[in-house]
Write a protein that binds this ligand. Structure first.
Ligand SMILES: [Mn+2]
Length: 299
């Protein structure tokens, strides 16, 4: 057991993170694990291709880890400094310090699934379920190619994966994947805001940014006061300098940004006038590309 290598994605696991762990572990003979429970969208994709849900990492201490789909310590397992990180495969900006040289593969593409599909083309071509999982993850992370993080490579890779997986209509499959977790009406607001939530360290300031994707933004507008109460409460309790909740309408292709924190910083970051609670930004689909860099810059 001591020599087992665990492949793990980020906290608040999304489909790309879970699928990347599963696929890379299968190819290498490692063990896929998650940090916490998977969401409904990921459950839908795993179920569709008959793939079991990975176990939980538990503690990181003393374990050999491959980090997929993240590299920031704030998104990695707790006690990461007591684990041995052997490799990283990711598509996010690098914020990683390590005392030893290790293998790091980062590409600016729409999903970690895209990178794995390219690197292990032959293995994926022989495995229908693997191709299906990777396609689901790619469509999830790129919001069916609508996110500005999407590259031409993502589209080419998706077409190849669809062929292998026997998916005739990529768009329809993508909407099915997205719809699996888009219904927020029956969920506690805490679960909606924290389902896809990331902590960042911007020049020593603790900033949390959550995102949800819906097919009708009115589902979020109806719960705006709950969102604001939750953000303000969490900010006070957990010592955040700023909290942002990005509610993305994947049909309208834009997002309502709710925030708790310095209004001036928000206005500067998004170069617009903002109300006390929220603002709609047309075309904003990507936390990684359209929120994180501008907020990082203001700090
Ligand atoms: Mn990803």
């Amino acid at each position: 057991m001591g020599d087992d290598v665990y492949v793990v994605g980020h906290k608040s696991p999304d489909t790309d993170t879970v699928v990347s762990a599963i696929v890379y572990a299968k190819i290498k003979g490692y063990t896929p694990v998650t940090q916490g429970a998977i969401n409904e969208e990921t459950a839908f994709v795993l179920d569709k291709f008959g793939v079991p849900v990975p176990g939980d990492l538990g503690g990181a201490e003393g374990k050999k880890l491959v980090l997929v789909d993240h590299n920031e310590a704030s998104q990695a397992p707790d006690n990461i400094d007591k684990a041995e990180v052997v490799e990283i495969i990711d598509h996010h900006k690098m914020n990683f310090n390590y005392p030893d040289p290790i293998a790091i593969h980062v590409e600016p593409v729409g999903s970690t699934a895209t990178i794995l599909a390219k690197l292990y083309k032959d293995e994926v071509a022989k495995d229908k379920a693997m191709a299906g999982l990777l396609l689901g993850a790619l469509l999830s992370d790129t919001v069916i190619f609508k996110s500005p993080t999407t590259t031409e490579e993502d589209k080419v890779v998706a077409a190849e994966l669809a062929k292998i997986a026997g998916i005739d209509d990529i768009e329809t499959f993508g909407i099915d994947v997205k719809k699996a977790k888009a219904n927020i009406s029956d969920k506690p607001i805490k679960d909606v805001v924290l389902a896809d939530f990331k902590d960042f360290d911007f020049a020593g300031n603790k900033v949390g940014i959550g995102q949800t994707e819906v097919v009708d933004i009115n589902d979020v507008y109806n719960r705006a006061s709950e969102v604001m109460d939750f953000l303000n409460d969490l900010k006070g309790k957990e010592g955040y300098e700023m909290l942002i909740f990005v509610a993305t309408d994947i049909i309208k292709e834009g997002s309502e940004l709710y925030y708790a924190g310095d209004k001036a910083k928000m206005e500067k970051a998004f170069n617009t006038t903002i109300g006390d609670k929220s603002v709609w930004i047309d075309g904003l689909m990507s936390r990684k590309k359209q929120v994180v860099p501008v907020i990082d810059k203001t700090f």
